[in-house]
Ligand binder design. Sequence first.
Ligand code: ATP
Ligand code: MG
Length: 572
Amino acid sequence: MKWTKTLIQTLREDPGDAEIDSHKLLVRAGLVRKVAGGLYAYLPLGMRVLRKIQQIVREEMDAAGAQEVVTPILQPADLWRTTGRWDAMGPNMFKLRDRGEHEFALGPTAEEVFTDLAKGIVNSYRQLPLTIYQMQWKFRDETRPRFGLMRSKEFLMKDAYSFDVDADGADKSYWTMYHTYERIFSRCGLKAVPVQADGGDMGDSLTHEFHVLAEAGEDGIAFCEGCGYAANLEKAEKAESSDGAACPASAPYQEVSTPGAKTIEQVAAFMGLPAEAFVKSLVYVADGKPVMVCVPGDRDVNDVKLKRFLGAKSVALADFETVLAATGANAGFVGPVKPADASLRIVADVSLKGATGRIVGANKDDYHLRDVDLARDTSLSDSCFADLTIVKDGDLCPHCGKPMAIKRGIEVGQVFKLGTKYSGAFKAVYKNDKLEERVMIMGCYGVGVSRTLQAIIEQSHDKDGIVWPSSVAPYQVVIELLDPDRSEVAKVANDIEASLEAFGVDAIVDDRAERPGVKFKDADLIGFPVRVVVGAKGLSNGGVEIKRRSEDKSKTRIVAPEAVVETIKSLL
Ligand code: ATP
Ligand code: MG
């Protein structure tokens, strides 16, 4: 391919809305252009990368025995109503009507469509197990689309769904996909680590997310070096600590004036005590009812764990009127001792069990209570305690007791055991060998194909630009033709291109009449894995220069034009 015949436009300036390196490079290297917030056009270079990732995903899915299909982006509301998700998905789903006033959604995912499809096709156990997948654009009205392709309104997802006769079969399908994902990401040149994740409204269902570790990641992940435990912070647990018992035995509690000190930091500074000495009390509304949640002063509430413990569909912090009605005070001064509403449900983190000598909000503005003994002074009984906090750096691993570290991750894929959540709702059954009807057991498996493209950049770039792994590079080799108007030089470049192509290596010849510096800068920005420099001066001195994108100049090899293919073969 000749550069001058290709639509490539690199930019000098970072796009104004880009906060992270991969977003800047994606746009500057001319892979995509923004159409509107969260919506992107893929330019030829971006398309080439996307297609290569898709190809890897396809090859691995097919090798695992999954079969490709495609289902409509436009999905009828009735399917979503069958599972109750038409309402449950809330404003994340783009909804629209046709001219006959029938309701549709732009598919944010496709469990309903695939379950209904399988129900209509599968009759007998002989047709199972079955894993079908598609690569289809998905739509989500994200609260905050950002970071380019990472969190966009429209994105390419590979979604797969497995159907099995029983739990053992479903288990096998799950782990087959898990290992397939390991291969997909590794072939994309990505280090993606599987981490345990929360099963959402599917309770304790097994699920793993695949994360690319990066500062720019939106998810926190707890890692234990000791035993390899890794879990999304939404899910991560810690070994039970003895927070409660560590405090001194307490005298009767007393009221202290803490004017204006609303946050733990403020009141801790005011009283000259560490945050751990305090109980942080927050009023939530769970499925419409207020609940007070108490955690140690130096910790935060994990909303996912709270929701799970309460068995609630939704939890959110209460507004100030609710807080006032429930406790008698404003946020910052509320606590578990005698709230105004005596029937207020109170729950607390397990580390507070038996806690004594604590400071809590007094349920009276500008006051706290000190020397509180939670067992003695509150209505909290054993069943009110649970693990409700977010794990912190240094917390002990729930399995081996070693300190854990918190890292950031970009979720590029997820595998999920669904059980009968969808097949049950759709009555998607098969007949077993005794002709009895049984509900199919399902799993679902997603790869964010377009997010993966950008995650590769986030993981593999330097100050000059992208450093593509050769498996997904837009072109594996750039041939820098330094004297395009000298035909004998151009011929060498073209011959190299032809022999590389014949060998299955895709190459682009930069035949622009630009200064070498400009061309090299663009090549580094776009990030072609190998650079071959062909110029009149070099040729008269014995050959062409070859260098990997990831190497510095000192590693440049000079080789005769005939030896280029062999050299590049070994470099790729
Ligand atoms: P997130 O937690 O990041 O919002 P999710 O868990 O809701 O993602 P899934 O339903 O698991 O997403 O979708 C499968 C994959 O699709 C994700 O692992 C992710 O890689 C990708 N994905 C999800 N939402 C987006 C988005 N808005 N833009 C780009 N990719 C996305
Ligand atoms: Mg997910």
